[in-house]
Design a protein around this ligand. Structure first.
Ligand code: ATP
Ligand code: MG
Length: 435
């Protein structure tokens, strides 16, 4: 992509409304713009990152055996009356009336809707287990939207729902998601700690929040230092018995301030770490909490009908964009982990007045593109200093600079954004180096 054709409205000044680094940097790097409180447009650079995160989330869901679908954002109120949550949900729910005065709502989550779909189609235990997910915009009229996309009102969530005949099988589905979440966050370059959680308005008795550490996190968290020793990239067949892995991760103490109680915590002071955390995922097993009121039952092998045992599992896809920046930035800007970087390489043309230099940059740009390298080519007439600062701000993993002096010597300057290391690389070797 040529920067001259792209849409990247970066800001030099720090926007005063932004209180935390990720919000400031997302505005400055031209990733988002606010439409109304807690509602954002995703500009091209932000949109690219959002899609990359979404894809990693999707791959790990698919690997774990979940099946993708798409439910609408607008739901009828009746379903929520059936479950009893229409009144319980309170002011966080955006209620809408259509032209026929039918009561609708912008979905804050989808337990009711998926249970309705399930009950119409699935009647026998032979069709179980099922695990269905979608990645869809949600709306919650948060009392205090803040920190940019971290606590928005409209936000992108991956949510899935498992259906099993027995509670025992339901726990297996829960475990598969637990492991999928460990892998998902590890692939995003994050260290997430699963913490025992209150089940809140979703209800049920088995629940974990996945929390990443950041100074600007909204809750205080307490956890055993040995979490740092565990490997989240669990490489096992997702259909095997995952209980031992879940046991290993849940044996270590970890709790948010809502649950933590110094008297019950048996971790010695030296082993207990505390910090602030951002919730990036939340999983629940809640048995028949929704299947009972919505009458979603299946016939078991004994011929008797039983309410289906359900779990639900959320990941805050749009919140993760901010969360990753909180975990990975410096005073000059964002430092994208390669897995979610909007482009892998930024190519900087140092002199756009000299024809041979422009021709060499154009050629290198084409060669990188042909080799399948995702590259943002700064072909604009800005000064070199401004171009370097801009590249640091948007945080692409690699920067390649080419100017008249390099061209004379047949070299480019390659910079690693994360380490700051610079080296000269032969012009005829740089494409291979980037693939
Ligand atoms: P929180 O306690 O932060 O309000 P929650 O418990 O209400 O979160 P869930 O209902 O479990 O959240 O939603 C699943 C995931 O969706 C959360 O783990 C979080 O990552 C994300 N999420 C929830 N609310 C928001 C929001 N207002 N803005 C962005 N992401 C959100
Ligand atoms: Mg909430």
């Amino acid at each position: 992509m040529r920067l001259s054709r792209y849409f990247l409205p970066t800001l030099k000044e720090t926007p005063s409304e932004a209180k935390i680094a990720s919000h400031r940097l997302m505005l400055r790097a031209g990733m988002i713009r606010q439409g109304a409180a807690g509602i954002y447009s995703w500009l091209p650079l932000g949109h690219k990152v959002l899609k990359k995160i979404e894809q990693i989330v999707r791959e790990e869901q698919d690997r774990a055996g979940a099946v993708e679908m798409l439910m609408p954002t607008i739901q009828p109120a009746e379903l929520w009356e059936e479950s009893g949550r229409y009144d319980d949900y309170g002011k966080e729910m955006l209620r809408i009336e259509d032209r026929h005065e039918r009561r609708m709502l912008f979905g804050p989550t989808n337990e009711e809707m998926i249970t309705d779909i399930f009950r119409r189609e699935v009647k026998s235990y032979r069709d179980l287990p099922k695990n269905l997910y979608h990645i869809q915009w949600k709306f919650r009229d948060e009392i205090r939207p803040r920190f940019g996309v971290m606590r928005g009102r409209e936000f992108l969530m991956k949510d899935n729902y498992s259906f099993d005949l027995t509670a025992e099988d339901g726990v297996k589905s829960y475990n598969a998601m637990f492991v999928a979440y460990l892998r998902t966050f590890a692939r995003l370059g994050l260290r997430a700690i699963p913490m025992r959680a209150d089940t809140g308005p979703i209800g049920g008795d088995l629940s974990h929040e996945f929390i990443i550490l950041a100074d600007t996190g909204e809750s205080e968290v307490f956890f055993h230092k040995d979490f740092e020793q565990l490997d989240p990239m669990v490489d096992v067949d997702p259909s095997s018995d995952l209980q031992p892995i879940v046991d290993e991760w849940t044996a270590l103490y970890a709790a948010t301030d809502e649950i933590h109680n110094a008297d019950d915590c048996d971790v010695t002071d030296g082993d207990l770490k505390t910090g602030r955390g951002i919730e990036v995922g939340h999983i629940f097993f809640f048995g028949d909490k929704y299947s009972k009121p919505l009458n979603a039952s299946v016939q078991g092998p004994d011929g008797k009908n039983a309410f289906v045992q359900m779990g639900s599992y959320g990941i805050g896809v749009s919140r993760l964009v901010g969360g990753i920046i909180e975990a990975s930035h410096d005073e000059n800007g964002i430092i994208w982990p390669e897995a979610v970087a909007p482009f892998k390489v930024g190519l900087i043309s140092l002199n756009t007045k000299k024809e041979d230099c422009v021709a060499a940059c154009d050629k290198l740009y084409r060669e990188l593109m042909d080799a399948g390298v995702d590259v943002l080519y700064d072909d604009t007439n800005e000064r070199a200093g401004g171009k370097f600062a801009n590249m640091d701000l948007i945080g692409l993993p690699w920067q390649i600079a080419l100017g008249p002096r390099g061209l004379e010597n047949g070299v480019v300057e390659l910079k690693n954004r994360a380490t700051g290391e610079r080296e000269e690389v032969a012009l005829d070797a740089i494409v291979a180096r980037m693939t």
